[in-house]
Design a protein around this ligand. Structure first.
Ligand SMILES: C[S@@+](CC[C@H](N)C(=O)[O-])C[C@H]1O[C@@H](n2cnc3c(N)ncnc32)[C@H](O)[C@@H]1O
Length: 355
């Protein structure tokens, strides 16, 4: 409770300071400077102090909403609040992927008419809707959706062209595995009589949202259970390549041979491995007999870094530009062919590694 009051104060203080400045000094400029630097003070200075008091990490210390993002007009925007609260988890991506219905489904917790009854004032509701649409169209959000499409398309093309009767996919940190399910659904639609089968092993620790949403998506995408089967492994893979938590060791305890997979996909996890050598070691643990391996990285997003990490409080990521990422992946998978597709705004690079 004590901390909630502190956070409320932090949230309100730019209005207090801004109000005082305007009222007494009429220094609108200073007010706006304060608006601009306030998120930095909040996340860099106050969050660290609060983290010490709360004995937690600074990224968890202040999760109060931001006026410029999810707390617009105090009433707030539920979709943006979800994105901020569940940053880096598939619950957050579920909103970004499906907010505009681009893939034929709605996010789990945000329905199409979410804004209609926010307040009794239609104008306010419309403004918040427009505000939310604006953020949902920011380049990084567009590129997240495009990354999903690219990965899904690669999986679709691979299965379609494969002459095997059963395709085995290993998905690491796949969240709700929307990319794979979209590919499977497309295959079902394009083929009258399905002869092939798809078997997925998904290693994903988030059972609260990720795995549940994965099961729900199978229904939403009308996945035929005769065609698609899966095994869930709810475990965290070590990002430090520690023995016992490495992917090969996790699979061994389940009696699964990593060399039995046709496709290995690991999207959105490497971004949180800091240091090129560590990332190389992590990727080298994915270099097996698979005919198709998919990994990705976040390249850069210039001004959006500010919004992403300061305003939205998305955890920090390892940024590698196209060239660096390309040579890193090529070094690791040096016996395979590597091609990289960059998303439209150049924010993500998807590496397509073929044997
Ligand atoms: C940014 S999301 C990406 C989800 C999915 N690959 C996608 O592209 O939609 C990151 C996912 O990694 C999972 N994750 C985080 N740490 C992990 C770890 N150490 N091992 C396995 N999965 C992890 C999270 O639960 C989350 O679902």
């Amino acid at each position: 409770m004590k901390h909630k009051i502190v956070e409320l104060f932090i949230y309100l203080s730019f209005f207090l300071v801004g109000g005082i400045v305007i009222f007494y000094g009429n220094w609108v400029g200073i007010f706006f400077i304060f608006f601009s630097i306030w998120p930095i003070i909040k996340t860099k200075i106050l969050a660290r102090i609060l983290a010490k008091i709360k004995k937690t990490r600074s990224k968890w210390a202040i999760r109060s909403s931001s006026f410029w993002f999810d707390g617009f007009l105090f009433i707030g925007s539920p979709p943006l609040r979800e994105i901020r609260r569940f940053a880096a988890l598939s619950r957050s991506l579920d909103i970004i992927y499906n907010y505009f219905g681009s893939f034929g489904i709605e996010p789990k917790y945000i329905k199409q008419d979410w804004w209609v009854h926010l307040t009794n004032l239609d104008l306010i509701n419309r403004i918040i809707k427009q505000w939310t649409d604006f953020w949902m169209q920011m380049p990084i959000a567009e590129d997240v959706r495009e990354r999903l499409n690219i990965v899904s398309n690669e999986i679709f093309e691979f299965i379609k062209k494969s002459d095997k009767n059963e395709i085995k996919i290993l998905s690491l940190a796949g969240g709700s595995n929307q990319d794979i399910l979209m590919a499977v659904s497309r295959l079902q639609k394009e083929r009258d009589g399905i002869q092939k089968k798809v078997f997925l092993v998904t290693v994903e620790p988030d059972g609260v949202f990720g795995i549940r949403r994965f099961r729900e998506l199978q229904k939403l995408f009308k996945i035929d259970q005769n065609f698609f089967s899966y095994q869930e492994i709810r475990k965290k893979i070590s990002l430090e390549s520690k023995k016992g938590k490495r992917i090969t060791d996790i699979l061994k305890t389940e009696n699964i041979d990593i060399n039995s997979f046709d496709i290995i996909s690991c999207i959105g996890l490497g971004d949180y491995i800091f240091g090129k050598d560590k990332l190389k070691t992590f990727f080298s643990l994915l270099d097996h007999e698979a005919k198709l391996t998919l990994v990705a990285n976040v390249s850069d997003n210039y001004i959006e870094r500010f919004f992403l990490h300061i305003l939205i409080q998305w955890p920090y990521m390892q940024y590698l530009n196209f060239q660096t990422f390309w040579s890193l992946v090529r070094d690791v998978f040096n016996k395979k062919s590597v091609s990289i597709i960059a998303t439209k705004n150049g924010i993500f690079n998807v590496a397509i590694i073929k044997k």
